[in-house]
Design a protein around this ligand. Sequence first.
Ligand code: BGC
Length: 371
Amino acid sequence: MRKGILTIGATVAALSLGLTACGGDDGGTSATASGAPAASGASVGKIGVILPDSKSSARWETADRKYLKEAFDAAGVESDIQNAQGDKTAFQTIADQMITNGAKVLVIVNLDSGTGKAVLDKAQSQGVATIDYDRLTLGGSASYYVSFDNEKVGQLQGEGLVKCLTDDKVEKPIIAELNGSPTDNNATLFKNGYDSVLKPKYDSGEYVKGPDDSVPDWDNAQAGTIFEQQLTQQPKIAGVLAANDGLGNAAIAVLKKEKLNGKVPVTGQDATVQGLQNILAGDQCMTVYKAIKKEADAASQLAIALAKGEKPAAPATVKDPESNRDVPSVLLDPQAIYFDNVKDVVTDGYVTKDELCTGDFAAKCTEAGVS
Ligand code: BGC
């Protein structure tokens, strides 16, 4: 599925990218690596961003919106960032309005490939440049794709679950999988990643494959219902591969009712405050931290270059499995987070000590070296 992948060091990515634009003719008005404002914003078109929802993960509103806005503002570029709130019709309406209002670039996080493709194709037909942000639109026409190495994310989750089960000396654990939305290409990539770790263990008999279900739209409430059914069907579940912190938290809530929290390791993703607190409490085994600031910086620099009519170079390509197109891409490196390195997420400025170390978590924070 991936071809010629070049996962670049996170620091380099946002900075070096695109600003050696080929075909750029703005005579040095690009935003600089330090994020200094462009010398002149006059010839830069407006940039529209459509985020997917605000429930499937806290990240979209607390991190992506914030970092994208900061990057556009620092460059003195006009932006309009909206959230489709999980509504595919609203997603298309917002895109239409952005195009009508003169957006020169659209940055989208699709809700599914079908509606994503419709938006991208329409933008292209109107001369509006496009970027797939975080999620690749299969069969789509985006000029660029900016994300993390999502199979690596899944691999870290698989390895994390194995580490926690090994630490707990669990033998022949029955594993439940709580996958992301079947309409999100990332969910497929995450699963490819964690199954590449778990399947050999199922095949060798070291682990036992238990229930394996996808959660429509990453809906956290449905995840609770689904996990309840999984646990009813297989009460001996000993490890839960949950694809993000929201799904993990739903599983933990069900485990709590059975007094199994802390005994059954659960994975996650996104390093949300809730996920990190679940790790501090010992109820969640690990999460995957994706430095959203670097993702937002990479996407905004590409968008700004496009808004100036440039054709920035990208450091990698990803093959769209539906169209076989090589999509110019930026893929960043994810990091596994356990109790001992929760502090890294705070040091990086992604969450603050104040929001993480509330109430009973203060003592846990001290124990985990969060300062
Ligand atoms: C993102 C994850 C997020 C999930 C639900 C995925 O496409 O990569 O970070 O948790 O969507 O919003």
